[in-house]
Design a binder for this molecule. Structure first.
Ligand code: GRF
Length: 191
């Protein structure tokens, strides 16, 4: 992805729930060193805390049902095009995007996942890492393709799993490193 020197890349963030990654990206984007700007936040959930936070910070928000693509895909694509969005960042977005949408934005959709991919695609990643007594777990930022959590890896960070760890302690520790690597991963792919 290319940009002009000094120009910020416009990103859209898709969220469904808490939105701690979204908040972190918004905060980071306001720093001088940031090379991106969060132009719009999209959600499938009116009650998403992330969405409510974005509204408060006066970022444009839109909610679509993401159930039947006939009902939302055109509108979504047109909204993103009007805002000249160059990159879509999924951050705790719990819906599967239609393949037609992924095709339209090929190479421009990325996701953050709470495991060291290719290990533990899908849900309950921390539980699975704990059950398997893994020494390490972590998080991954990757491109989105048509297979769940399977696109090319952009950046990963790992942490040690301790005997005293439980799902909640791992969740907190992993979120912390997610917040470190997501902005870095964006920086890495914007040349
Ligand atoms: C994160 O663990 C992310 O990796 C996963 O969903 C969680 C979202 O957390 N895809 P938040 O909504 O950003 O707090």
């Amino acid at each position: 992805m290319e940009k002009l020197i000094g120009e910020k890349v416009n990103i859209a963030v898709f969220v469904s729930g808490e939105g701690s990654n979204l908040k972190n990206l918004i905060k980071f984007s306001k720093k001088k060193k940031s090379n991106f700007s969060v132009k719009i936040v999209i959600s499938n959930n009116f009650k998403s805390k992330g969405l409510l936070y974005a509204k408060k910070t006066k970022i444009i928000t839109r909610v679509y049902n993401f159930i039947n693509k006939k009902n939302y895909e055109k509108k979504l694509v047109s909204t993103l095009s009007k805002l000249d969005i160059n990159l879509i960042c999924l951050a705790g977005f719990m819906k599967i995007l239609p393949s037609s949408f992924i095709k339209k934005f090929k190479g421009k959709i990325i996701n953050i996942h709470p495991s060291l991919l290719p290990k533990y695609k899908g849900l309950n990643t921390h539980k699975r890492a704990l059950i398997n007594k893994d020494k390490y777990t972590g998080c991954t930022v990757h491109y989105v393709n048509n297979k769940l959590d399977s696109g090319k890896i952009i950046l990963q960070k790992k942490i040690r799993l301790l005997k005293k760890d439980n799902i909640e302690s791992v969740r907190k520790k992993v979120l912390k490193i997610e917040h470190q690597i997501y902005p870095k991963a964006i920086k890495k792919i914007i040349i």
